[in-house]
Ligand binder design. Structure first.
Ligand code: BGC
Length: 741
């Protein structure tokens, strides 16, 4: 399997490089495999009827009863299916495929994103670890669990850049930054593929920028911004070998992506060189009628197909109407052959055919549950973000005295595995109460009150009891959770506060006069300015999965220190949204944190500070870090050059900890306004008390390119400021220049 993947990776690299290289006299193994696949696909295509060809482009969702679908498979009219999770159904479809004339293997797809049986934390938490290698391992394990069923394709990773926390799907991605998101896109594609699943980088493109944060809404994005901000993670996914890309539901500049020839064919297939399958999202082809760009489903099928959608997911418009479109000359057979060629080539590359030149797909061994749990625990542990910790309230030590744990979430085994549709049998999950009891030292006393009627605090169970418990303790830990179904698809919000009565509970506990540690499970940044001001400690735990509570107990008791950093800005209020550290400068720059109250004619609000509550990249540890000796290897470089940036990081506290060292740049003068800061490097380092390390980053001039209005990269000479530190607010500063050649 591993060898096959290596060969396939080589093959992908090779095929994208062919346009620029001279043919070598003795073909490499990858080239030999590619041309063998090509020959096999041509031979197969030559044997296929038009009906069978269209069948390869038809990708329905499992429907009940499925007899009609089984018959369609036997007739070669279905080439891929989604949501076949039940092993009996899988067997039925495999058998039907084996009875078809050409026996072309099927794609079986599922949203196996961060959970199959054991739930990992949600993907936004993966990004909060700032350790792509952990995400790779997590993806691999989810894939290994999923692949046992016969599923061979996952609908992930979601690599949409999202800057608007009102949009519920921020939970599925890596946050607001293209550099960070590209690193995680690559890691996730690599991991899922290693675990035996093909991948689908989604949703191409701009789905994460819906106006008003409303799911499915249109986005207005210039070409320059598309290439600067939204496309890099897709490029990373393609470079990592993603076999498919899913088009997004939304419009970009008024044209639905599903019918957008410029985006799908000119940009994705031609400019980015993606030679795998482009699929629609669920029913997106027929929904072109709702968008008002197609008169009916037949028109929708033709428009989507001509734009570049190869596979019609769950719409069956290709099945019904592509034949007529060909007969009427509105779609050519050459176009059909090109789309089918992509589908068959991917199936060969995946090793689905018995004679696949690169090797035949073997379902890898099921991973041991312990190994999956261990990895899930590690991701959770490294993803929690300590936003505030006044007076070193955490960790809990014998000096903390009696601790009152409050909240129904502390006894819930709900692991928020919202996108784990295949959770057939719920795995054992430790509650926070049990996990904390097991980890608090002897002589430390733990009290508990449920307080709420449900884990998400939608209603009280016993507010007075919770307050009495708090009064009897020295320290209060309040476990709050965003409403369990409040993140994900179709759940945009206008209110980004704590859900239900949780803030009311917090106020009652504050009145009890004890220091409060507030833990918040959330799938998106929340607007917690008031809440944060009331508590000593605030920590975000995302949706942490099956091992999440055990990991939390380890962190609360100081067995490990928190080390997560925000992959997305936390605003002070919803009115600031969208807000990002990499906004462009304005004609009236902000002058300080609270300028807007005193200096009216600058960018800001008259009723709110302009700065975020917690910036991108922020996150504390139980120790402190100091940055010093920032050095750049040369004061200037040419457009083809590079410099090394070095900085010393010292653990200046009393405990061991990890810090994510972040490198930002700003181009001071250019033909177009450049962001106030842009992330260009990061590394998570572990340091013991007093320990110092020099961290080095290489900055290539090419990494500092931006895109013009045609989406062409430009490396513009000029001065760049460099900032290094533990968040986007880093203040250790230096500079260098890119010289005109
Ligand atoms: C979502 C996709 C998902 C697909 C299949 C759609 O509604 O937008 O992300 O992969 O459904 O479940």
């Amino acid at each position: 399997m591993r060898l096959r993947l290596i060969l396939l990776t080589l093959l992908t690299c090779f095929s994208s490089a062919t346009a620029h290289s001279t043919p070598s006299p003795s073909p490499s193994p990858a080239r030999a495999i590619a041309s063998e696949i090509d020959a096999k696909v041509s031979a197969l295509l030559a044997r296929m009827t038009l009906e069978e060809k269209i069948g390869q482009l038809n990708f329905p969702s499992l429907a009940f009863p499925h007899d009609a679908q089984l018959e369609a498979v036997r007739r070669g009219r279905i080439g891929a299916m989604l949501n076949v999770v039940n092993p009996d159904h899988m067997r039925d479809f495999q058998a039907a495929m084996a009875q078809s004339r050409l026996k072309i293997p099927m794609l079986f797809a599922l949203d196996a994103i961060y959970a199959f049986r054991i739930a990992f934390p949600a993907p936004i938490a993966w990004a909060a670890t700032w350790r792509p290698e952990l995400a790779q391992r997590a993806a691999e394990l989810v894939a290994l669990e999923t692949a046992q069923t016969g599923i061979n394709l996952t609908f992930g990773p979601m690599v949409d850049i999202s800057r608007d926390p009102r949009w519920g799907r921020v939970i599925e991605g890596a946050g607001e930054d293209p550099f960070l998101a590209a690193a995680f896109a690559s890691a996730r594609v690599t991991g899922y593929r290693k675990g035996g699943l093909a991948t689908s980088a989604k949703h191409f493109v701009g789905y994460g920028a819906p106006e008003g944060g409303r799911d499915y809404n249109g986005a207005q994005i210039s070409a320059a911004e598309l290439f600067d901000r939204y496309i890099p993670p897709f490029q990373a996914a393609i470079a990592a070998g993603t076999e498919t890309v899913m088009a997004s539901f939304n419009t970009v500049n008024g044209i639905p992506v599903t019918a957008n020839q410029w985006l799908l064919s000119d940009v994705l297939k031609n400019r980015l060189g993606f030679d795998g399958i482009v699929m629609s999202d669920f029913a997106a082809v027929t929904e072109l009628v709702n968008h008002g760009v197609a008169a009916d489903h037949a028109d929708a099928a033709r428009k989507a197909f001509n734009a570049g959608i190869d596979l019609d997911m769950a719409g069956q418009a290709y099945d019904r109407y592509l034949g007529d479109a060909i007969a009427g000359g509105r779609v050519s057979t050459a176009q059909i052959d090109a789309a089918v060629r992509r589908v068959l080539t991917v199936k060969y590359r995946m090793g689905l055919f018995a004679d696949s030149p690169g090797g035949v797909r073997k379902i890898p061994a099921r991973p041991k549950e312990e190994a999956v749990r261990k990895a899930a625990r590690e991701v959770a542990r490294e993803s929690f973000v300590l936003l505030k910790n006044s007076g070193a309230t955490l960790p809990i030590t014998p000096k903390s005295g009696t601790v009152a744990l409050i909240g129904a979430a502390a006894i819930a085994t709900n692991d928020h595995s919202w996108y784990g549709p295949a959770l057939l049998e719920k795995p054992k999950t430790e509650t926070l109460l049990d996990a904390l009891k097991a980890r608090m030292g002897r002589g430390q006393s733990l009290l508990f009150a449920e307080g709420f009627a449900d884990p998400c605090g939608l209603a009280f169970k016993d507010k007075a009891g919770a307050v009495a418990t708090a009064k009897a303790a020295d320290l209060v830990v309040l476990m709050a959770a965003e409403d369990c179904v409040a993140s994900g698809e179709g759940v945009s919000r206008t209110d980004l506060g704590l859900s239900g009565v949780q803030e009311e509970m917090l106020d009652a506990l504050v009145a009890a006069g004890k220091p409060i540690v507030l833990i918040v499970d959330t799938g998106r940044p929340l607007a917690l300015a008031d809440v944060s001001a009331k508590v000593a400690t605030l920590m975000v735990t995302w949706h942490p999965g099956t091992e999440g509570r055990a990991a939390l107990a380890e962190i609360l008791t100081g067995q490990y220190a928190p080390s997560g950093k925000l992959p997305m800005t936390f605003p002070r209020s919803v009115g600031q949204v969208p807000i990002s550290y990499s906004d462009l400068p304005t004609s009236r720059p902000m002058t300080g944190d609270d300028h807007s109250f005193g200096d009216r004619y600058t960018t800001g609000y008259i009723d709110e500070r302009p700065t975020p509550l917690y910036p991108f990249g922020h996150g504390l540890s139980y120790t402190t870090f100091e940055y010093s000796h920032l050095e750049i290897s040369a004061p200037r470089m040419g457009r083809g050059g590079k410099v090394e940036v070095r900085v010393d990081v010292t653990n200046t506290g009393m405990r061991s900890g990890q810090e994510v060292v972040q490198l930002y740049t700003r181009q001071l003068v250019a033909a177009r306004s450049r962001p106030l800061r842009e992330l260009k490097g990061f590394e998570k380092v572990a340091l013991k008390p007093g320990q110092r390390r020099t961290v080095r980053f290489v900055l290539n001039a090419a990494d500092l390119a931006y895109h013009d209005d045609d989406g062409k990269p430009v490396i513009e000479p000029g001065k760049f400021d460099v900032f290094v530190g533990g968040s986007a607010a880093a203040d250790l500063e230096s500079s260098f220049e890119i010289a005109a050649d």
